[in-house]
Design a protein around this ligand. Structure first.
Ligand code: PMP
Length: 394
């Protein structure tokens, strides 16, 4: 038997550099507070932006979904058939997003794998922001299209790269950007990108994973936030973050979505979203359409927390969203900071290379509507004491 010793060595090395990921074991549902190995800690690292992961309405819908439709979809929808709830979810998402149609996939990750290789082939060019998410990078790797990477959030550099791609003879030009960049919480300059894409007749695709349920009216996403309806060709979304479930989708023109249902490999070769997830997805869209209360609470919590941390002297990068990076730069320091916070009852992960570039380690704090003001005050107090203890702030 092969013993994989080289992996063990690599893990030991990463521990020395403060880059080893210590995966905590949870004994409670996602929420503001967690039971981690019997210890009660304030949760500051999930993408459960609206607290929907343990929401009673969604849980009830999931249980009813199981009671009516069972626990599994049987196979892929092209072979075993589409359950009525899949169609209902897709139609409701299309209405919510203000697009012609959507296709639901197993996750945001697979949504990127589904759409990118269908849209761009070997005669085409894909242009990608330098800091795009791993699932976009992997989706691009699945194609034979020529790749061009433009400087982060720089429409002028995108213009240069589009000219280059055109001169290289590319047929279709596919421009892809994250909507919200998940490690820094900054936004894609989508209006500028849309303008540049129009100049070049390029296809514009945005991965709105961290904008879904967060940005725009009632959490309709980044396109709604910038009022760019009809100007963005492809939106990728996830049900795994603010929607509190697991799943992903692609939203856009009916022509595109119909074609994805014929050609997208994760749709054709991997079983669909389970009935529980699908039914909970419908409940989540209905809940968000009905009320924007949770979205508003999320933003007021984020502003409250960020302001207090900046006032204490922390470097919170250039976040424009509830994602709050606390920049420590050094991976060992960041890992130590996270450990000390944990001892004080705060669960906030340290993030280092390769998730962020080397020398840019940070604690990434994820604010949720599930947090109360008392929770946030508790967190601020602990950040202050650990920050002083480790000489990060005075
Ligand atoms: N795209 C982006 C920009 C993301 O941040 C993430 C999640 N980290 C994904 C896609 C993947 O989403 P999911 O968890 O639904 O696979």
């Amino acid at each position: 038997m092969y013993n994989f010793d080289e992996f063990k060595v690599d893990i030991e090395n990463s521990k020395e550099k403060g880059l080893y990921v210590n995966i905590r074991n949870l004994f409670s549902a996602q929420g503001a507070w967690l039971n981690v190995d019997g210890k009660k800690v304030l949760n500051m690292c999930s993408n459960n932006y609206l607290g929907l992961a343990d929401d009673n309405e969604l849980k009830k819908a999931a249980i009813q979904g199981i009671e009516k439709w069972g626990v599994g979809p049987g196979a892929v929808r092209t072979i075993a058939g589409t359950m009525e709830i899949h169609n209902i979810l897709e139609n409701k998402l299309a209405e919510f997003k203000g697009v012609e149609a959507t296709i639901v996939l197993q996750s945001g990750f697979t949504a990127n794998q589904a759409v990118i290789p269908v849209v761009a082939g070997k005669e085409d060019a894909i242009l990608s922001d330098k800091l795009n998410h791993a699932s976009i990078i992997d989706g691009v790797r699945l194609t034979k299209a020529k790749r061009y990477v433009w400087e982060h959030r720089d429409p002028n550099d995108l213009r240069k790269k589009l000219e280059e791609a055109k001169n290289d003879g590319a047929k279709k030009l596919l421009v892809i950007t994250d909507g919200v960049f998940s490690m820094d919480g900054d936004l894609a300059p989508l209006p500028d990108l849309a303008e540049v894409c129009e100049e070049f007749n390029a296809i514009l695709m945005v991965d709105d994973a961290h904008g879904e349920g967060v940005l725009g009216s009632h959490g309709r996403g980044i396109v709604d936030h910038f009022n760019l309806h009809g100007k963005v060709d492809i939106e990728v979304g996830t049900l795994s973050k603010a929607f509190g479930i697991v799943g992903g989708f692609v939203a856009g023109k009916k022509n595109l979505i119909d074609y994805l249902k014929q050609k997208a490999r994760p749709f054709l070769f991997s079983s669909s979203l389970s009935p529980a997830e699908t039914a909970a997805g419908i409940a989540a869209v209905e809940k968000l359409s009905r009320s924007d209360e949770l979205v508003k609470k999320l933003w007021s919590n984020a502003e409250y927390f960020k302001k207090k941390l900046i006032k204490l002297g922390f470097d919170c990068g250039h976040s424009e969203t509830p994602i709050t990076p606390v920049m420590l730069y050094d991976a060992k320091l960041s890992s130590e900071f996270s450990k000390k916070l944990y001892d004080e009852g705060i669960f906030a992960s340290s993030i280092g290379f390769p998730t962020v570039p080397r020398g840019e380690a940070r604690i990434r704090v994820m604010i949720s509507a599930a947090h109360t003001k008392e929770d946030l005050d508790f967190a601020v107090e602990k950040f202050e004491s650990v920050g002083k203890d480790l000489n990060v702030i005075k």
